[in-house]
Design a protein around this ligand. Structure first.
Ligand code: ATP
Length: 343
């Protein structure tokens, strides 16, 4: 249980095509991430799955049942928002118990459920506190616990980690992933943060301007981007793109290395790389520069592992190379991935 099928769903706000003809189906129990820049339509799509927003066209199916016109409470889903929306005057216990009490569950059964959820999220010692007496991370766990006690078949999360500081985000991410594996509830998670998407998702759905650009595992999305949008939105720094007539030649910064360090049984492409700027980041070095003739030089970035300590200086030119197997070709006009070797 827990399969969401989105069939030709669109949502228009006047002229704005917030979501445009989206087709998507989750696998049972998977962690699916909707990833895209601000305004791409991911929240609107999530709200339509939840039933808070009505689609302009298309059909929403959950576990084989058409739910397009059903209200949220009849969809067997739970949603956690960025703001958590905890009741401030209620204790943590009462917050978590609320959806169960609202359903008329007996007191003793409610207590068992709340204790189960509190154990799952390690918040047992916080049950008597009010939300204002909690840290951001603790509040987030309470919100997740409150959503989880309802045992939904689908869990919808809209940027639930964005209020946390960087360190807490990393640990909250790990916790969320472990928790989702344990419970096995199909989860759809919205974020604009590609690192979060890569770390959490079994599969990632990359969106732009209301449309799906690619659906795939983190590795597929990163290694084999379907178009130049995905190639440059996922990965930091983004994929390098060199203009070759009607083709754009793409390669990831970590594959563009000093020529001596590149092994390519099928061959390599070597370029004189004029270094303009270096950034030392500890675990790695980012080297910015240009390849090609002065008149149409292209800006590219190389990412060197910290273990590669050879000295490089801005203003000098070095032979750098990329193995042919690491090259990706895209059609310049459409931006779409093209099969075939480098041209
Ligand atoms: P963010 O990461 O900034 O939340 P998003 O990808 O979730 O962005 P949406 O909130 O789904 O994007 O918005 C998609 C588009 O629809 C945007 O152009 C937005 O301005 C528009 N939009 C969303 N809700 C409404 C609304 N109620 N009325 C009019 N336009 C809306």
């Amino acid at each position: 249980m827990g399969c969401v099928e989105i069939r030709g769903i669109s949502k228009f706000f006047g002229e704005v095509r917030a979501v445009d003809q989206v087709e998507l189906a989750t696998n049972e129990g998977e962690f699916l991430v909707l990833l895209g820049p601000s305004g791409c339509g991911k929240t609107t799509l999530l709200r339509m799955i939840a039933g808070i927003e009505e689609p302009t066209e298309g059909e929403m199916v959950i576990d084989g049942r058409v739910v397009t016109n059903l209200p949220p409470r009849m969809r067997d889903i739970a949603m956690v928002f960025q703001s958590y929306a905890l009741y401030p005057h209620m204790s943590v216990y009462k917050n978590i118990a609320f959806p169960l009490r609202a359903r008329g569950m007996q007191k003793e059964a409610v207590r068992k459920k709340v204790e189960w959820a509190a154990g799952m999220f390690k918040i047992g010692r916080l049950l008597d506190r009010k939300p204002r007496e909690l840290s951001g991370g603790e509040r987030q766990r309470v919100a997740l616990a409150r959503a989880m006690v309802r045992e939904p078949s689908v869990f919808l999360l809209d940027e639930p980690l964005s209020n946390l500081d960087a360190l807490l985000r990393t640990s909250a991410r790990e916790e969320l992933r472990q928790f989702q594996r344990r419970v096995g509830v199909t989860t759809i998670y919205v974020t604009h943060d590609q690192v979060e998407a890569m770390g959490l998702g079994d599969r990632i759905v990359v969106m732009s301007q209301g449309k799906i650009r690619q659906i795939g595992t983190p590795m597929e999305i990163y290694q084999w981007p379907a178009d130049t949008f995905v190639a440059t939105f996922v990965g930091s720094p983004p994929m390098n793109l060199l203009d070759r007539g009607d083709t754009l030649l793409g390669f990831r910064p970590e594959t563009f290395l000093p020529a001596d360090a590149v092994e390519g049984s099928e061959g390599v492409l070597t370029y004189p790389f004029e270094v303009t700027y270096l950034e030392y980041l500890g675990a790695e070095r980012l080297v910015y520069g240009n390849v090609g003739e002065k008149s149409h030089a292209r800006h590219v970035v190389s990412r060197l592992p910290g273990s590669l300590t050879l000295p490089l200086e801005a203003g000098k030119t070095y032979p750098f190379a990329v193995a042919l197997r690491d090259l990706r070709r895209f059609d310049k006009k459409s931006g779409l991935y093209k099969e075939g070797g480098p041209s």
